[in-house]
Write a protein that binds this ligand. Structure first.
Ligand code: BG6
Length: 489
């Protein structure tokens, strides 16, 4: 664990990820006293700016919802921990300057040990250079050094392997924390407890009881200016291959021997290895077009003309092991999708159980256990109950555990908050191990190559109007796998 004498260096400190996620998370941890005593946070980026400007950037995304009497004072204290160094990413000399700054900070520390946590809020084309330069110019010894990196980890199996092995030259697996921020989300962390601490769920968690599983991600906005990045990746690399597959692996793995990081990740890798590459016929692709005054994907200036990049994808995966054989796992994600009243990203996973045996009941709805990851964390079970009254009719209703009602006082941490704390504490459970990434790419690479047109003409995604649920064929696609819609009264 990194205790005392810790410096967190945020690379790419002037960028979007740092501003929107990294600094607000650091602030919340700082405020709740979770950062090591005497922590210092150093921003590093190419942009030249003075301390005041850096301070205002680093605190610009602090949530107004954190507002209370002490907020301004906490922000001031937080600013006292923040300094900034500008420099490029590819020259050793620039990193020497950074190192000199860190040594100066450390000169005030009493103990010999130095802990340095390096956070890469960077575009992937500089990952390796920065990893190398830190190792050669800024690595503390004696001390604990760690890097936090985040996707994209390559674009397919080969490029991911190449990237990982380049990084491995400088940083060991032990020192590397690969973020998939879905693993930091409360309702994803909750899966372990739901599944393994409840015999009611544990005992029916298999192909004999479960008909199908859906893991869904929807965003009511498009790429808006981020089209350059997005277009060379597409929705599958952006969301399915990492975030949704992570949810799937925890939902389906066997019970780990313990809660240790390696035991958990061993089980995840094992189940992922049972998944064959996704078949083309198990895939539905879409791209949003302008509607209701909202621009289509191709209207975004940052998107190349005529791009056939999918902004929506539904894929069905199969797990070839005795527990799950024959159960379809439908992963779907899309941008420019709106349904329901919230104008914010939505994600959830639903486990739909099989029909009850016919006999005394006909046309009875299926049970479905739904876990809403966001917004408004919830676990609810769609179930049948007797309609209250004198007659005996069954109706669909819900057993509902909505967090903001049941745990009104609880502050649910942001994903990045949870993950940065884990990295400081040396806990890898919620980070992606190298072999996990490898097998995730094996599952998705063939379908990605097909979509990229590597083996011929790329498939044309079906268009869907911005703001709808996705391509028109979506319902048919899902029904093909035996999904039945259940609506509670
Ligand atoms: C990122 C994707 O990993 O996750 C984005 O690159 C997406 O496209 C984002 O918008 C969603 O994360 P969250 O947790 O902020 O909804």
């Amino acid at each position: 664990e990194m205790k005392g004498n810790t410096i967190i260096v945020v690379f790419g400190a002037s960028g979007d990820l740092a501003k929107k996620k990294t600094f607000p998370a650091l602030f919340r941890l700082f405020r709740q006293g979770f950062l090591p005593n005497d922590v210092k946070i150093v921003g590093y980026a190419r942009t030249k700016m003075d301390k005041a400007e850096f301070h205002s950037r680093a605190t610009s995304y602090i949530k107004k919802s954190d507002d209370d009497a002490g907020l301004a004072e906490s922000i001031d204290k937080f600013k006292d921990t923040l300094t900034y160094v500008d420099g490029d990413y590819d020259t050793g000399a620039a990193f020497d300057v950074l190192n000199a700054h860190l040594l100066e900070i450390e000169a005030h520390y009493t103990s010999e040990d130095k802990n340095r946590l390096f956070y890469f809020a960077l575009p992937p084309n500089v990952f390796v250079t920065v990893a190398k330069n830190i190792k050669e110019h800024v690595y503390a010894s004696p001390g604990v050094n760690r890097i936090i990196v985040e996707k994209p980890f390559g674009k397919d199996l080969d490029s991911a392997r190449e990237l990982l092995s380049s990084l491995k030259q400088y940083w060991s697996e032990e020192e590397t924390y690969r973020i998939d921020h879905y693993l930091g989300k409360e309702m994803v962390k909750n899966i372990l407890v739901l599944r393994f601490a409840n015999v009611a769920f544990a005992s029916c968690w298999d192909k004999s009881h479960i008909s199908n599983v859906q893991i869904t991600f929807k965003e009511p906005f498009g790429t808006e200016g981020r089209g350059g990045y997005f277009d060379s990746f597409g929705i599958i690399r952006d969301v399915l291959q990492n975030h949704l597959l992570q949810v799937l692996s925890i939902l389906t793995m066997e019970r780990p021997v313990s809660f240790s990081a390696e035991d958990i990740r061993d089980e995840k890798v094992k189940v992922l290895r049972c998944i064959p590459p996704i078949a083309q016929e198990d895939t539905l692709l879409g791209q949003y077009v302008g509607a209701d005054g909202k621009p289509g994907y191709l209207d975004d200036d940052t998107v190349p003309r005529g791009s056939v990049c999918p902004t929506f994808a539904a894929t069905t995966l199969w797990i070839n092991n005795p527990r799950w054989e024959g159960v379809p796992f439908i992963l779907k994600a899309g941008k420019g999708i709106m349904n329901g009243r919230y104008f914010c990203p939505k994600s959830k996973y639903g486990i739909q159980f099989k029909d009850v045996t016919q006999g005394i009941f006909q046309d009875i709805a299926r049970n479905e256990l739904v876990i809403r990851i966001q917004p408004s964390e919830a676990v609810y079970l769609k179930m049948n109950a007797k309609t209250p009254g004198l007659q005996t009719h069954a109706m669909v209703t819900e057993m509902d555990l909505t967090y903001n009602r049941r745990f009104a006082e609880a502050k649910i941490p942001e994903a990045y908050e949870a993950l940065i704390l884990d990295a400081l504490q040396g806990d890898h459970s919620n980070f992606v191990r190298h072999d996990e990434l490898d097998v995730a790419w094996k599952i998705f690479t063939p379908i990605l190559h097909w979509i990229d047109g590597k083996n011929g003409t790329p498939p044309h995604p079906s268009s869907y109007p911005y703001g709808l649920r996705g391509p028109q064929d979506l319902d048919k696609f899902i029904q093909k796998y035996g999904y039945h819609r259940t609506t509670a009264n």
